[in-house]
Write a protein that binds this ligand. Structure first.
Ligand SMILES: C[S@@+](CC[C@H](N)C(=O)[O-])C[C@H]1O[C@@H](n2cnc3c(N)ncnc32)[C@H](O)[C@@H]1O
Length: 251
């Protein structure tokens, strides 16, 4: 069974003790290690701040919201969607859609097997990493791990429900009320940050009332948001990181 190193990642325990994954190799060879999926100060804390707060707002304002997640990674955002839904006393059917994209096949498979409680199919290190992620996501709540996993299983019934790479020629399966844009940086994933591509995603992939949240603060993104009728709000970045971006359209 494969573990993280076999698929090109290493585990990194971040400042709040929650795990993140780092690419073993950098894309351009300029550094000896690749990009990490999260801020070193706290993977879970960063996710709750950058994505959890907007997700909570969407549950307050929209009936049966549709969520688009760019970059499943370890699944923090999907788990936080379920967390916020359960905290707002919503059922799985109160979430219209969760569409997640992830280019690494094993990240899609591992997450799905873990959701399905298929411990027999996962390397112990991988299983324990997801358990630790969930423990952090649930910290400070009364929610049980089983309830949260059950919630997400209603949305990811097959591994193919987690989409592969988001490519330039993508046709999104729906429009969305909430886009959680958590791609690697433009150095690692350049096309995901191109202005034309972002305009296309926002134009074809959002409802009249929607929001986009991301840890990043890129000019291409801010311009695309404005061109597509979003108000651009620069939020404080996580732990002193430069600003993160929230785009709001009729919300
Ligand atoms: C910053 S990490 C996401 C972290 C994740 N949201 C979490 O909660 O752990 C970026 C993720 O995007 C994935 N990725 C890279 N290129 C992609 C693409 N074109 N389409 C979809 N996912 C991509 C990477 O494999 C990585 O898992």
């Amino acid at each position: 069974m494969k573990s993280w190193v076999d698929i090109g990642f290493e585990i990194e325990i971040t400042g709040d003790q929650s795990p993140s994954l780092r690419l073993l190799e950098s894309i351009d060879g300029a550094t000896d290690r690749g990009e990490s999926m999260h801020h070193s100060g706290g993977a879970c804390a960063e996710t709750l701040m950058i994505y959890g707060e907007p997700i909570g707002k969407v549950f307050q304002k929209i009936q049966k919201p549709h969520f688009l997640v760019v970059g499943l990674g370890l699944g923090y955002i999907e788990l936080v969607i379920a967390r916020e839904a359960l905290l707002a006393e919503k059922d799985p059917q109160d979430v219209g859609l969760i569409t997640s994209y992830e280019s690494v096949p094993e990240l899609r498979e591992f997450f799905f097997h873990w959701l399905e409680d298929r411990k027999d199919l996962l390397h112990e290190e991988v299983w324990n990493t997801y358990d630790l992620v969930l423990e952090h996501v649930l910290r400070g709540t009364e929610l049980s791990p089983g309830k949260l996993k059950f919630f997400l299983r209603q949305h990811f019934k097959n591994v193919s429900d987690i989409h592969a790479a988001l490519n330039a020629d993508v046709v999104l399966p729906s429009r969305y009320h909430c886009i959680l844009y958590d791609a690697f940086s433009s150095k690692t994933s350049p096309h995901l940050w191109e202005e034309e591509f972002l305009n296309y995603i926002l134009k074809t992939g959002t409802f009249a009332n929607s929001l986009l949240s991301t840890y990043a603060c890129k000019g291409t993104l801010k311009r695309a948001l404005k061109q597509q009728g979003f108000e651009v709000i620069l939020r404080e970045g996580f732990q002193g990181k430069r600003n993160s971006t929230l785009g709001l359209k009729n919300l």
